[in-house]
Design a protein around this ligand. Structure first.
Ligand code: CA
Length: 230
């Protein structure tokens, strides 16, 4: 990791878990803050913008879901969600909550650090690609500003998570062309931290929810293509 150290906000109401996550991340060289409930997490993220949020789902005040939505509304921040059970993860993925990755409890600290590093690497890599690529793409009603990592639909700002943004840019590079799930996993997730093609499907679902279902065409058994309506 380069300098300065990435800032990580840890939000978890179970104090023992919170503290062990924080201790481990500090030991790994990250700059870390911790919060125990939804409202404090949103307040801290506003005055100390984190590079990544480790976020428990069930929290006092309002839940991880809502924290994710409010923090992402300010700017795209990668979110690693902590869930209590595997089936809870399934539900959240289905809802397209906007987390970039999920970790089911109990997890090892080694696994947590690996996921955190993978997410940060992805954002760093996407930022590097952004420099080389044309700054703005205009695709019908959609405008994609790569430098600012902003998307507008009919002139209105759409809040995308870092993963949704990278997915859109990847599809937008070749509008109308079908990209397979495997290609998308390679381009957007760089394989290493990919849970599988189900991950692609769930992020496509949440992207559709934000830019319009008709904007992304499904080619059954193959993959996805961005539809451009002039
Ligand atoms: Ca909890």
């Amino acid at each position: 990791m380069g300098t300065p150290a990435a800032r990580i906000l840890v939000v978890e109401d179970e104090r023992v878990i919170n503290q062990s996550v924080v201790d481990r991340l500090v030991a790994e060289g990250f700059e870390v803050r911790q919060e125990y409930d939804g409202p404090s997490a949103v307040a801290t993220a506003a005055q100390w913008p984190p590079d990544l949020v480790v976020l428990d789902v069930m929290l006092p005040g309002f839940d991880g879901h809502e924290v994710c939505r409010r923090v992402q509304a300010e700017r795209p921040v990668p979110v690693l969600m902590l869930t209590a059970r595997d089936d809870e993860t399934d539900v959240l993925v289905g809802l397209g909550v906007g987390a970039d990755d999920y970790l089911t409890k109990p997890f090892s600290m080694r696994e947590l650090v690996a996921r955190v590093r993978a997410l940060l690497r992805r954002v760093e890599r996407a930022a590097a690609l952004t420099v080389a690529a044309p700054e703005a793409l205009s695709l019908g009603a959609l405008e994609v500003d790569r430098a600012r990592r902003q998307v507008r639909l009919d002139g209105t700002l759409v809040h995308l998570t870092p993963t949704e943004f990278d997915l859109l840019v990847c599809l937008a590079t070749e509008p109308g062309t079908v990209l397979t799930r495997e290609q998308l996993l390679d381009e957007v997730w760089d394989w290493r931290d990919a849970a599988g093609t189900r991950t692609v499907d769930s992020h496509i679902r949440s992207l559709r929810g934000k830019i319009g279902a008709e904007a992304v065409r499904t080619v059954h058994g193959v993959g996805y293509a961005l539809e451009v309506t002039p």
